[in-house]
Write a protein that binds this ligand. Structure first.
Ligand code: URA
Ligand code: CA
Length: 435
């Protein structure tokens, strides 16, 4: 086989076979196919697209390009959740103990990564003593015993995706539904998931700015998953404003605790119930997503979800007294209010700008070498649809620095206040269920 022939084939809109896709991905991973040929192919895929079978084959070729996590020592159906990213997305912290409380094993592997706030592990490390230095065997034992554990990512997962993603970034080929869907799904499958629940975000703070593309991406990922034997479902949710109120590491842990107690922000709770009911259903612990939802509401009400969170923290060295006394979490030295300049109704909150503000305070990493300040971040006091008086607080800033002028300006800029009444946006736009 020659790469140039395969590029021409895709350029002319023809289908690539499994053998051809395997040849391309393994050759590219090994460095036998150069970047310039792979970029030409990525551009051909961008314009000519791929059929569902090609997408599935591309995904599995990327899975085969590196290590695969073996979770077979863990009992039950391992359901993983993936979010396409957003601002202040506290769902993982809530969902892990919440679905574990119903016996669905949560074997969470998480990275640190870059972003507005830390990753799941960073957030959990704001609990004094909590650590992820456990080996594979301990990890498996903890999941079997408590149904939930979190460990750092190890192994060389999907090197083909790493290389291709970096190439797409500089060749104008990131925004292909086929390439995004196969990239995300390859990582989930290589991490050992038996079933997958996807939270595809849409809106100003999301990767997919409009609903039509979010729907297409969700359908593409659900099709890939189901074509390769991983039951997959998706929820399309709103990211036109940050989810919940908290954006910051310790602040989000506190928000997760409130939510597990049934006293969290309504939007965060609603999304966790929607995603959680699919996880419990796919995990085989309920006959339908609807009955799963009733069970989830019950473990919030009877305290079992919060109890599972404590057990999980303590099994990894965490001080569980923070659950009843959150003042033991890292606290910022200063708080500042961002006040509304005019009275009116909040009509928009640019989520990505709020994320930038949190990052500037030190809640996230700008580069891999940056250190995170777990105490800092922001709490939204007003969300879309809320009315505000002049001088009322829109956002509270938690900072360890006294000078927050730039952060205040960014937040003020992110809020749009209008004189007429505004309706809050829907939280969930659509769902894609297993066929
Ligand atoms: N996230 C991914 O992991 N891959 C993409 O291609 C886009 C977003
Ligand atoms: Ca939040």
């Amino acid at each position: 086989m020659r790469m140039v022939d395969l590029i021409e084939k895709k350029r002319d809109g023809k289908e690539l076979s499994k053998a051809e896709i395997d040849f391309i991905i393994s050759g590219y991973t090994k460095g036998e196919i150069p970047d310039y040929q792979m970029s030409a192919l990525a551009m051909a895929i961008f314009f000519q697209d791929m059929k569902p079978e090609e997408r599935a084959n591309l995904t599995m070729a990327m899975v085969e390009s590196g290590d695969r996590i073996d979770l077979s020592a863990i009992e039950g159906i391992k359901v993983d959740k993936h979010s396409t990213g957003g601002v202040g997305d506290t769902t993982t912290l809530v969902l892990a103990p919440l679905v574990a409380a119903l016996g669905v094993p949560v074997a969470k592997m998480s990275g640190r990564g870059l972003g507005h706030t830390g990753g799941t592990i960073d957030k959990l490390e704001s609990v004094p003593g909590f650590h992820v230095e456990i080996d594979n065997q301990q990890f498996n034992e903890l999941v079997n015993k408590n149904k939930v554990a979190v460990v750092g990512q190890s192994g060389n997962l999907t090197p083909a995706d790493k290389k291709l993603y970096a190439l797409r970034d500089v060749t104008g080929t990131v925004n292909s539904i086929t390439l995004i869907a196969s990239s995300i799904m390859s990582k989930k499958i290589a991490s050992g998931a038996d079933a997958i629940v996807l939270d595809v975000k849409t809106g100003s703070g999301a990767f997919m700015k409009d609903l039509e593309h979010a729907r297409e991406l969700a359908q593409a990922m659900v099709d890939i998953g189901n074509n390769v034997g991983r039951k997959t479902m998706a929820v399309i949710s709103d990211m036109s404003q940050p989810l919940g109120f908290a954006v910051g590491n310790a602040l989000e842990v506190r928000e997760a605790i409130d939510t597990l107690r049934g006293e969290g922000p309504k939007d965060l709770e609603e999304l966790c119930l929607a995603l959680g009911s699919y996880m419990v259903y796919l995990g085989g612990k309920a006959d339908s997503p609807e009955s799963a939802r009733a069970q989830l509401e019950e473990v919030i009400r009877n305290g079992k979800a919060l109890e599972t969170f404590k057990t999980f923290l303590s099994a990894q060295g965490g001080d569980t007294s923070i659950v009843d006394d959150p003042s033991k979490l890292p606290q910022a030295k200063y708080t500042f209010e961002v006040e509304a300049a005019t009275a009116g109704h909040v009509s928009a909150i640019q989520a990505d700008r709020i994320g930038t503000a949190a990052m500037l305070l030190g809640a996230g990493r700008a580069t891999k070498e940056s250190t995170i300040d777990l105490a800092v971040g922001v709490m939204l006091r007003k969300k879309i649809g809320d009315s505000v008086k002049q001088g009322e607080s829109l956002v509270t800033i938690f900072s360890n620095r006294e000078d927050v002028k730039e952060v205040k300006d960014i937040i003020t800029d992110a809020y749009k206040i209008v004189s007429e009444a505004v309706e809050a946006p829907p939280l969930i736009y659509d769902e894609v269920r297993v066929k």
